[in-house]
Ligand binder design. Structure first.
Ligand code: SAM
Ligand code: SF4
Length: 383
């Protein structure tokens, strides 16, 4: 296995108190299948299995995503971190946990901190009462406000706030109000997502009236200006951070580095690249999606639902799919290291893309400012 490519660990926690009408993540309402102890046992077995493919490697980040990981006890999270520590070498790495307002208690968050979690990603979505209601969130605006304070009091400084825009009936003023409130908390990171209507969601069947596209466009521009004014640097389509506070875990994905995925429906990608022998083997592996099935199967040593070895074409496309999301693009050294392929293959793949949208030379490949507005078109063109 290639030891130079950074390696992250993603841990999926698949339950939520209630399913939000817009959400198509692998998240399930907390019901009879919820069994924290059994799920953690499965996670540890899953991690042991994955470890076989990446022994001797160092972890560069851990991310507990969901679902709602903050539904789990701090003890459960600690068992996973401790187990990772017993297998892999790592010291001071970023360990993020996604948390929902409405699942916030001071004591629990202090215990998360003690367990080793050092970054929180809080799903605020909006500070506006009627928008939170329209989104079917379990929390109100007061809980959204207190969540950040609670996180701070529990000792967290490295905090991300998730906000969405383009919400039903939302005005530009309301969208910028959300950004202004988030900035007042002086957090180092904000993720700002445009609400998308995904198939397999309640909103797909009963689609609310969303703002016109021109209005959403203007909303995004004004929010971006406001974020810039507050010293947030946009480093990816939806990610904004203060200096040096980018999410290391997500950067790893976007730079096409390696990751292990454990938990229901989790995906991983591991590379075995030997440039001297000209050999490239990149494998994606994913786990059973339904929590009950995941636990039943993993506990008898069968966590894997599927795996795929990427073709050269898949590798270049997936690399671009990720790298082009980054404002800084990717340097060609990174491309060579993480794909084992040469510059000519990359240049050949993008040769039909207009240079006003994408630039490439033997140092780097970048989406232009105009290209960012047409990223989907670029990717469709590549397909
Ligand atoms: C893995 S999700 C869930 C995190 C956490 N459970 C929560 O909801 O607070 C991460 C983020 O994706 C965003 N998101 C989820 N569904 C979306 C959608 N349909 N359109 C845009 N953003 C979405 C939300 O901002 C959410 O906080
Ligand atoms: S709480 Fe988060 S993960 Fe759960 S259903 Fe809502 S958006 Fe999806």
């Amino acid at each position: 296995m290639n030891n130079e490519i950074p390696l992250s660990l993603y841990v999926h926690i698949p339950w939520c108190i209630k399913k939000c009408p817009y959400c198509d993540f692998n998240s399930h309402e907390k019901n009879q299948s919820f069994d924290e102890d059994r799920y953690v046992k499965a996670l540890l077995i899953d991690l042991n299995e994955e470890y076989k493919y990446c022994q001797q490697r160092t972890l560069s980040s851990i991310f507990f995503g969901g679902g709602t990981p903050s539904l789990f006890s701090a003890d459960a999270i600690k068992r996973v971190i401790d187990h990772a520590r017993s297998l892999f070498k790592f010291n001071d790495i970023e360990i993020t946990l996604e948390a929902n307002p409405g699942t916030f208690e001071q004591e629990k968050f202090t215990a998360f901190r003690d367990a080793g979690v050092n970054r929180l990603s809080i799903g605020i979505q909006s500070f506006n009462a009627s928008h939170l209601k329209a989104l079917g969130r379990i929390h109100d605006e007061k809980q959204a406000l207190t969540a950040v304070e609670t996180a701070r009091n529990a000792g967290f400084n490295n905090i991300n706030l998730d906000l969405m825009f383009g919400l039903p009936q939302q005005t530009i003023q309301q969208a910028t109000d959300d950004i202004n409130i988030a900035c007042q908390f002086d957090v180092p990171h904000i993720s700002h997502y445009q609400l998308t209507i995904e198939s397999n969601t309640y909103f797909y069947k009963h689609t609310p009236i969303l703002p016109e596209i021109d209005l959403i466009w203007e909303m995004q521009t004004q929010c971006q200006n406001l974020l810039a004014k507050n010293k947030f640097h946009q480093y990816e389509i939806s990610a904004y951070s203060k200096h040096g506070k980018q999410c290391q875990h997500n950067i790893n994905y976007w730079q096409f580095s390696d990751y292990i995925g454990i938990g229901a429906g989790a995906h991983g990608k591991l590379s075995d690249i030997n440039i001297a022998n000209d050999s490239v083997n990149i494998v994606r592996r994913w786990k059973h999606r339904q929590p009950q099935q995941y636990m039943d199967k993993t506990l008898i040593g069968d966590s894997l639902s599927g795996e795929q070895t990427l073709s050269q074409q898949d590798i270049v496309f997936e690399f671009l799919l990720n790298a082009l999301r980054l404002k800084s693009g990717s340097d060609i050294q990174n491309f060579k290291r993480n794909t084992g392929l040469n510059y000519e293959i990359l240049r050949e793949t993008v040769k039909n893309i207009d240079t006003s949208l994408l630039t490439i030379n033997d140092k780097s490949v970048n989406t232009t400012d105009k290209g960012f507005l047409f990223l989907n078109e670029i990717l469709e063109n590549l397909v």
